[in-house]
Structures are given as C-alpha cells and as structure tokens.
Ligand binder design. Structure first.
Ligand code: NG1
Ligand code: ZN
Length: 545
C-alpha cells in the first residue's frame, strides 16, 4: 500500500471545510498548503488509475492576489471527473495523517488503482504569477512524489489553459512544450489569415492594433511571447505581471465584465480602439471599446458575443461545405452552441434566430464542456468570457482526410477552403478548455475575414440591460435549483415569488442560485431598461434574504 512520509508536515487548517467546487479548491493562500499537498496525492492516484499524464494547476484565477487555489486536469485536458470530486473533498478534510492514509487505502481498493509499477504516475505542475504559488507548487510536488515511483514535472509559470493543453497533448503522444503550444497557435492563425478570400482588402477595421489588458497576471507575459511569432496582427499589452500592478486589482476580464468600466491603464485616449481583457490565469476573454468622451464607460463585448461571432463564422464554413456537390463523402456536421442561464437573453434570441441549436447547462465549465462534446462542432461560452470550440474526433478525421486530398494536388475549391478553415480553427482553438490567448487569435482572424470593426461586431445584437447581485445568507445550500438553474425547487414558495416579481417587468427574467466558488447566493435579472433590471434584481434579492 501507500507510504506517506511527508504527510505530517502539512496539517489542514482548523475549522475550515474545503470543497472541490466549480473551480477546484480556492481559499486564502495561507490555508492551502495541506490541501495542495493532498491534491498532489490525488493527482498521482488519478494518473495511476487512468494510466495517463495528469495536471495540477495552482491558481485562483480572477480572485484577489492573496487567494490561491488548485485544480486537476484530467487526461483529456478537461476538468477532473466529477466522480472523483467527493474523494478530493474527503482527502482535503482528513484531520490526521492516519485518517489520510486510511482514506487513500480504501479508495485505492475501491477504485482498483493499479500499483504494479508498470507505468509510474506522471503529473505536470503549473502555477500562475501569485507570490504564494512557489511554496504551493512545492507542496503539490511533495504530494505527488509521496506515491512510490510517481514523477512530478514542474512546468513553471503558465496560464491555466496552457497546462491543460500540455496534458492533453502529452496523452495524445504529441509534442507538448510551451514552444509547441505557441507554434501551433501561431501557425494555425497564419493559415487562417492566408485563407481569407483575396478580394477582401485585408485593410478592414480589424487591422489596426489591438490593446490587451493582462490583469497584471500571467496572460500578458505569454501573449507577448506569442506575439513574437505572429505576423498580420499588432498587439499592445498593458497590465502585464512584470509591470508592477496588483493582480486582478481594478483590471482583468472579471472586473471589466462585471463593472462595465475600463481597467486601470485605459482611458478616453483609447476611445473607439479595439481592446481586450484577460483574467488572472488567462482562461477568460472579453473585448471592449471605450466610449468617446466618457468617464471610463465601455461598450462590453462579452463571452456571449464571442460565441455569436464564432458561431457565425463556423456556420458560414459549414454551409459552404454543405452547398457544394464536389465534396465526396459529405458528412452533415451537427453544430451546437451551449450557454448558461447567465447568457444575455438577446444573445440566445440571436443564436436561435440564426437557426442554431442552443443548449443550456448549469454554471461551471465542466457542464458546458460535456454538453458541447456531444456535437460534431460544439461551441460553448459563459457570459464572463470562458469558452471554446470542440470538434469531434470523427469530424476532425473527416476534415483531415479532405485536407490530405487537397495537398495531393487538387485545385482548392470554395468547399475545400471551408474545410481547411475549419481544420485550422480546430488547431487554433484550445480543445482542452477555454483559453483567452487562442480565443483572442480566433476573434482577430474572424474579424479580418469578415472585414469587421469591433463596432460592427458589437452591433450583431443589443444586450438586454442586466444586473447581478450577491446575497450573503446563513446557508447557501438551502437554495436548490433545477432546469439548468433557471428554477428554484427549494425553499418552497421562492420560485412562485420570483415569478410574481418578474411578471411585473417587460422583458423581465430573473433567477437565483448558490455560487460554487463563494459563500453567497447569486441573483441575476434582466429587463428592458437598466433601471428596471436593477429594480427587479433588488426585489428578488430581498426574497432570498
Ligand atoms: P460561481 O461562483 O459558481 O457563480 C463563478 C462564475 C462561473 C465560473 C466559476 C469558476 C459567474 C456568475 N460565475 O462561479 O461562471 O467561471 O466562477 O471560475 O460568473
Ligand atoms: Zn480564470
């Protein structure tokens, strides 16, 4: 069985109950040594069980700099299987080394985890720029190596999606270094630029420079490295971690999306320019433009609009493919889009009006990702800017076969170009998890393809005014929801009361749900004006309180 010689060095904090939520474990960094050590153990066990490389990422994303967190990347590069989450909770909360070893041995037996030494556990470790990251990474390393024979590889400071991408690539037997990541993104970006129809001027509104807010985190640094390999796009990065600002403090995608104001370092001088904002670990992306003569107010182009842009472009390529008869063995690809209840109602209306299949899931990337994977091409986004595009293996196989035929001499019809574009998108966009850097490159190349400015893009539809509030309650688990969190089933009577409020407002929509990352109940409301959206949110918040 298992030997844990170092476990006594890390005792869990007293009186804190941790739970592996939508974003793994998150807390004040000072509380996390023991949890991260135990997640290291869990990752090694997961690697043995799946006979694959597993990832451990140390980050608290958009949270304040004093927080940190840890989450596991599964063999596919996606989130840890939900089936193991209760074990993660049990490990994190075990109170003594003795109890810890007992739990592990029971779990090893129950899950039939092989300790035959044939394939040792292998875990890739990454962290964001938080100062607490170094010590926590060491705790994770000790956790991994407390399992006999297990190997921990420190990949250093990375964005969350880079680590997930590396895990996925390793398990597919592909090259998986950071340089490989940059090369794949930049070459598929170049390829998509080259496939822009030549009659288009390439001098459209999207060709001026892009200014990016790096949230004072890791994303800005990596974007600068990536930009060195790019041609056809000029990027200015502000708020990069080496600029000295505080991580996520008045900067970053979460701030910009929630507050709808410019991040630090941006102002009226930037009016009209195409701007983007990453979050602290660069898995979220939003765009914005500063309103002229404003006091820092912006036009926000959020995850819903990124989803809409990707959907339009991909749908266009699919319809070119479907139209042309010269395509052999044509596969009618199923395209689906996935949103949560936080998606602006106007975006859902727009997507449905395009004739797209729109699915709703509960909040949390694991749910959206799972749903999107049911399609040949599944596009998912949370309004906050986390999302990606998934291609089924069947469909990428089909596209690859087409592209091989093409390189063996045929002329390059419109349909073949459409197939090549889709194949390039599948390489540019991170198939493991939402990735602000790869998402940004896809947005940029689509804008150039369409010859669209950010304003033209933003005009696809007009967001309904909305308001989000948080309510601190004694026990947030008392609120239980159903139907992708759109209705409350408990406490009894609450949904009826929400319905009654909502009915008073034209275009009113409202829902409440317990947060998976904070000790609050979240309230969302939408209505035809900002005043009425605010008022609906406030009345519903009172019902929850
Ligand atoms: P919670 O705290 O469960 O609402 C938040 C975000 C999610 C997701 C997770 C993980 C909102 C309303 N919720 O979850 O979309 O990003 O954090 O980071 O933005
Ligand atoms: Zn993040």
């Amino acid at each position: 069985s298992v030997i844990l010689n170092t476990s006594s060095r890390f005792s869990p904090p007293q009186g804190v109950k941790l739970s592996y939520g939508t974003a793994g474990f998150r807390a004040d960094a000072s509380l996390l040594q023991s949890t991260v050590y135990r997640v290291g153990i869990l990752a090694a066990l997961r690697s043995l069980k799946t006979k694959s490389v597993i990832g451990v990422m140390i980050t608290a994303s958009h949270n304040q700099v004093s927080d940190n967190g840890v989450k596991i990347a599964d063999p596919s590069g996606g989130m840890l299987s939900q089936h193991w989450e209760p074990f993660a909770d049990a490990l994190a909360n075990a109170t003594s080394p003795h109890q810890l070893v007992k739990l592990i041995n029971e779990f090893v037996e129950k899950e039939n985890i092989p300790f035959d030494g044939i394939r040792p556990a292998e875990v890739l470790l990454g962290r964001d720029t938080r100062p607490s990251g170094d010590d926590l990474l060491e705790a994770a390393r000790q956790g991994v190596t407390s399992i006999i024979g297990a190997v921990a590889l420190d990949m250093g400071i990375l964005t969350t999606p880079q680590l997930h991408w590396m895990v996925r690539a390793r398990n597919k037997g592909l090259k998986a270094s950071e340089q490989d990541y940059f090369e794949q993104l930049s070459s598929s970006f170049r390829y998509l630029l080259d496939l822009i129809p030549s009659e288009r001027s390439k001098l459209g509104g999207a060709n001026e420079k892009l200014v990016v807010d790096g949230a004072n985190g890791v994303g800005g640094v990596k974007l600068k490295a990536l930009e060195k390999l790019l041609s056809g796009l000029v990027i200015e990065v502000r708020n990069s971690s080496e600029d000295g600002g505080v991580l996520n403090d008045g900067v970053g995608a979460d701030y910009v999306q929630k507050e709808k104001v410019v991040p630090h370092g941006f102002g009226s001088k930037d009016a009209g320019i195409r701007c983007a904002s990453l979050d602290g670990d660069a898995d979220r992306l939003v765009y914005f433009s500063v309103q002229p003569e404003s006091n820092g107010t912006i036009d926000l182009v959020d995850g819903d609009k990124i989803l809409s842009l990707f959907s339009l472009f991909i749908r266009e390529q699919l319809s070119i493919l479907n139209e042309k008869e010269d395509i052999k063995n044509l596969h009618q690809a199923r395209l689906g889009v996935v949103q949560t209840a936080y998606a602006n109602g106007a975006s859902t209306g727009y997507l449905k009006q395009l004739g797209l299949e729109v699915e709703l899931t509960p909040t949390g990337v694991k749910y959206l990702h799972e749903k999107a994977a049911e399609f040949d091409i599944g596009i998912y986004f949370e309004a906050n800017g986390h999302g990606t595009v998934l291609f089924s293996e069947y469909f990428t196989g089909w596209l690859e076969a087409r592209s091989n035929e093409l390189s063996s001499g045929s002329k390059g019809s419109e349909a073949e170009k459409a197939a090549l574009r889709l194949l390039a998108v599948s390489k540019l966009i991170n198939q493991a998890v939402g990735d602000a850097l790869s998402g940004l490159l896809l947005v940029e190349v689509i804008l150039q393809h369409m010859e669209w400015s950010i304003h033209r893009w933003n005009d696809l539809y007009h967001d309904l005014p909305s308001r989000q509030l948080k309510v601190k309650v004694a026990d947030r688990t008392a609120v239980v929801t159903a139907n992708a969190e759109t209705v409350v089933v408990s406490p009894p009577g609450l949904q009826e009361a929400i319905n009654e409020e909502t009915a008073k407002y034209p275009h009113g929509r409202s829902f409440v749900r317990p947060s998976g990352t904070e000790d609050v109940v979240r309230v969302y409301a939408e209505a035809s004006t900002q005043e009425t959206a605010d008022s609906l949110a406030n009345s519903v918040a009172k019902l929850v309180d």
